[in-house]
Structures are given as structure tokens and as C-alpha cells.
Design a protein around this ligand. Structure first.
Ligand code: FES
Ligand SMILES: [Fe+2]
Length: 370
């Protein structure tokens, strides 16, 4: 990336420009991010409550390859690299429930605890040790029902990266929520553009003029590997304006949390949007410098989910999350396309881009760009 453009991007906000185009368009930058950021940190997989029963499994395509979460028959959730120990076929696809995981290639089979159970025609293989040929376990840690993995044996514990995030979100009691809905989008844009967009209410009056409309926000001070703005609104913005949100304010919500919705980025690539009545998570999986997967999940308090009319009342939330998600990814694809111009020059930042700049600096600080 061009040194004087990088310098301009890291000046105090009132003098700063946006990042050089290469930050979003250069495959070499993406390779460096993969190694130094994405593989070095925690990767969100799913909510714990998305695999409630013994035998439940879910597969994931992550930055470090295919991963499998399995709820064992002992009720313990485990995380494995999703490949067969024989000759490496993908073991499981999608989601399901099974008492054992059978490889579709030559039928090696594994227990829900990862142990190798069956391996036909291996009698003549000398010194073959079944117990050494179970699924490869990966580090897995959880907070408040959010399950993460990492490919970095030396990564600090998840909880130690969260700083004061658990305290800030304590009164929402996220651990008591249930994930009831997900959608997957696949925008042709750089992963960082999605996160910048989440920390920016400057765009809302335009991009979302037909849905949520203009929003105001304040930046909150954080400690730990996360950033936070609060979109100020006395009512939940998890449904579109014009009708009262069907679900009540979460009991016991603290005074700060009643003031609006927290939009957070948990580095490197997970967002939480936490409103007065629910929360939704947005997980970004970077695929290439110009290609990402965005999965959005909606969660509500368990007692709200248990009510008979839940699905009917939840529909307006799902509609809003999908509409706004598509509006955002639409504008981001336009941005990615324009960043590819050979005539591109960075533009000046507004005071409302403060967290956009903060996100770029977080990434830059971790890249060996010389
Ligand atoms: S690759 Fe799985 S049994 Fe052969
Ligand atoms: Fe947006």
C-alpha cells in the first residue's frame, strides 16, 4: 500500500483520509490478514442453543477450513476439524443429528466424542492405532452461549479478549437467549467493509431510508478487543419504525441499555446488535479480498421464545434484519467495485467516521506492512 496514503489515513480524524484502495482490494493484504489476524484470533461458530440435543452437529466453512461442532451423547459440545482421518474427505455437511459420523468415502465412522469407531479393511495395516485416529480436536471456548474456535494454540482465552464487553451487556442476559432465525448472505466485498458499515450511522438516512431511516449514535469507550456505538432510541430498532415492537423490554435492563441499541464489533469479524428486546449477531467469514459470507442470527429471551404466539410476533424482526442486511451488502458491493478503480484516491473522513478509522487502525496495527 502507498506509504503516504497510509500516513494520511492514520492522522487525527479531522485531518485523516480513508484507507488506500489496496487495503480492500489487494490479495497480498488479504493473505497477511488471514495469517496475522483471522487465523490468530477467535472465530465465532454458533450459539450453543443451536445444538440442543445429543448427536446434533453443525458444519462450518471457516477461514481455517471446514470445522464441525458436535453435541456428544454425554451432552458435551466439542469442536473438530471436519475431515476424515483416512484420506481426508469432508466428514459432515450442513446440520443434522446422528449417533455416529460416517465418512461417505470409505465408511470410517466416528463417535460424537470424536473417537474412531469403525474402519473397514484396516486389519493388515501394521501398528494402526484406532485411538490415535479420532477426529482432530480444535480449541473451543464460549461466552454467554456464543461458541468460538481458534486455530492458534497460543491465542489468549476468549474471556481475556472480551475486556468490559460482558459487563456492558450483562443486563441483557445473552446467555438466556435462544437463536431462532438465521440467514446467510454472500456479498462480493472485502470483510472489513462490512464491519465498518456496522460502526457507521452516517449512511443510515440514505441507504436505509425506506426501512430504519436516519439514526444517531454515540461512540462508547471500550476495554478489550471490541468496539461499540450506541444507536440512541427509546424504543427497540429491531423492528421497522411505525409499529410498536411486539416484544417487551428485557426485564432488569440497566439504564444505559434502555437508551438504545449497542452495535459492537468483536475483533476480528463478529458483530452484536443488542436492542432492548432482543439481539442479533452478524458473523463475517472472509473468503477472499473481495468476497465474504455474512451470516445473521436473531436471538430472543427464552421466555419470549416459549410463548405460543412467538413465531407470528418474531416475523417483523426477521423481515427487518433481512431487508437492512441486503441494503447494507448492496451498498458495500458498490463500494468494493469502485475501490477497484485505478484512478481511486482516498477521500477525507467525517467526524462520524471515527469508528471506521478505529477499525482500520486495529487491523493495521497487526499487519507487518513494513
Ligand atoms: S476418506 Fe473417509 S473413509 Fe476414506
Ligand atoms: Fe446499514
Amino acid at each position: 500500500m502507498i506509504a503516504d496514503q497510509l500516513r494520511a489515513a492514520t492522522q487525527p480524524l479531522n485531518e485523516a483520509s480513508s484507507m488506500p484502495a489496496g487495503f480492500y482490494t489487494d490479495p497480498e493484504v488479504f493473505r497477511a490478514e488471514r495469517e496475522h489476524i483471522l487465523l490468530a484470533n477467535w472465530v465465532f461458530l454458533a450459539r450453543d442453543d443451536q445444538l440442543p440435543q445429543p448427536g446434533d452437529y453443525r458444519s462450518f466453512d471457516t477461514i481455517g477450513g471446514p470445522v464441525l461442532l458436535v453435541r456428544g451423547h454425554d451432552a458435551v459440545l466439542r469442536c473438530f476439524a471436519n475431515y476424515c482421518r483416512h484420506r481426508g474427505s469432508l466428514l459432515a455437511e450442513g446440520t443434522g443429528n446422528s449417533s455416529r459420523l460416517v465418512c461417505p468415502y470409505h465408511a470410517w465412522s466416528y463417535g460424537t466424542n470424536g473417537l474412531l469407531l469403525g474402519c473397514p479393511d484396516m486389519k493388515s495395516a501394521e501398528d494402526f492405532d484406532r485411538s490415535a485416529n479420532g477426529l482432530v480436536p480444535l480449541r473451543m471456548e464460549s461466552w454467554a452461549g456464543f461458541v468460538f474456535t481458534t486455530f492458534n494454540e497460543l491465542a489468549p482465552h476468549l474471556i481475556d479478549t472480551l475486556g468490559d464487553l460482558p459487563e456492558r451487556l450483562a443486563s441483557h442476559r445473552l446467555d438466556e437467549m435462544r437463536c431462532t432465525w438465521t440467514i446467510t448472505l454472500e456479498p462480493r466485498c472485502n470483510w472489513k467493509l462490512i464491519l465498518e458499515n456496522a460502526m457507521d450511522t452516517y449512511h443510515t438516512g440514505l441507504v436505509h431510508r425506506q426501512t430504519v431511516g436516519a439514526q444517531q449514535s454515540r461512540t462508547l469507550t471500550t476495554r478489550g478487543e471490541w468496539k461499540c456505538i450506541q444507536v440512541t432510541s427509546g424504543r427497540s430498532i429491531a423492528t421497522l419504525p411505525g409499529t410498536e415492537p411486539p416484544f417487551p423490554v428485557i426485564a432488569g435492563l440497566d439504564d444505559d441499555a434502555r437508551q438504545g441499541t449497542y452495535f459492537t464489533v468483536l475483533h476480528p469479524a463478529l458483530q452484536f446488535a443488542v436492542a432492548q428486546d432482543c439481539m442479533w449477531w452478524l458473523n463475517v467469514t472472509p473468503i477472499a479480498h473481495d468476497h465474504s459470507v455474512l451470516e445473521i442470527g436473531g436471538c430472543f429471551p427464552a421466555d419470549v421464545v416459549a410463548a405460543a404466539d412467538f413465531e407470528c410476533n418474531a416475523a417483523p424482526y426477521y423481515e427487518r434484519w433481512e431487508l437492512v442486511g441486503r441494503e447494507d451488502t448492496g451498498i458495500l458491493e458498490r463500494q468494493q467495485k469502485a475501490l477497484g478503480s485505478v484512478a481511486y484516491r482516498p477521500g477525507r473522513l467525517s467526524w462520524r467516521d471515527d469508528q471506521v478509522q478505529a477499525l482500520s487502525r486495529w487491523v493495521l496495527d497487526r499487519l507487518p506492512l513494513g
